[in-house]
Design a protein around this ligand. Structure first.
Ligand code: 5RP
Ligand code: CO
Length: 220
């Protein structure tokens, strides 16, 4: 595997200057947009109207991470808005296969996320319905948390299942990704890396992206 995608999270950007903040990461593979509803997670960020404006000005495709309840009802609208990749949480979807098919039918890549304590095994048979599996490496809700190494065996099991079945599903990790932890996540089998603090916490976010990409690639 040679692909190594770095998707900065704008959760750590300056929300008053989002257009300028997006220009600072134009060498990223996508921009990760964290949508939180204060129900599925104890935090509130932004919703569809703001995502539509980000979509209009972003130099890179959007990777929407929906930390919202009732994903079956709300997620398709993000695909309709032209978001390239829409990720819902398995714990928030009543009918994840139906929802993944709806997202793809609307032209988006379908992603499904698992909280750190949610096992991957119940979902192995539906991986072919997905373009991306997001394995959360922190409890969703806030940026700036520490990477949970306890999730590494799950990443390894997911990678083994994907490689064993020959399906082309990306494995994304999100939370606490740094130049150090990206090595362990990449060795375990992840190939798409979300980083908020480790990109926007630096004076030169574009240079931070290149360092993360180099560290991830070297570990694959
Ligand atoms: O989904 C998220 C939190 O729920 C964020 O994408 C994630 O926390 C990124 O921030 P950091 O890299 O600072 O951990
Ligand atoms: Co996220």
């Amino acid at each position: 595997m040679t692909e190594c995608c770095i998707n900065p999270s704008i959760l750590s950007a300056d929300f008053v200057n989002l257009e300028a903040e997006l220009k600072r990461i134009s060498n990223a593979d996508a921009v990760h947009v964290d949508v939180m509803d204060n129900h599925f997670v104890p935090n509130l960020t932004l919703g569809l109207p703001v995502v539509e404006r980000i979509q209009a000005v972003s130099p890179v495709p959007l990777d929407a991470h929906l930390m919202i309840a009732d994903a079956d009802r709300w997620a398709p609208a993000y695909a309709d808005a032209g978001v390239a990749s829409v990720t819902f949480h398995a714990e928030a979807a009543m009918a994840p296969i139906k929802l993944a098919r709806e997202l793809r039918a609307r032209g988006a890549k379908a992603g499904m996320a698992l909280r750190p304590a949610t096992p991957v095994e119940p979902y192995l048979d539906m991986l072919s319905e997905l373009d991306m599996l997001l394995i959360m490496t922190v409890e969703p809700g806030f940026g700036g948390q520490s990477f949970l190494d306890v999730t590494l065996p799950k990443i390894r099991r997911a990678r083994a299942a994907i490689d064993g079945s020959g399906i082309g599903v990306a494995i994304q990790v999100d939370g606490g990704v740094t130049e150090e932890t990206i090595v362990r996540a990449a060795e375990a089998g992840a190939n798409v890396f979300v980083a908020g603090s480790a990109v926007y916490g630096h004076a030169d976010p574009a240079a931070a992206i290149e360092r993360l990409r180099a560290a991830g690639l070297a570990a694959m």
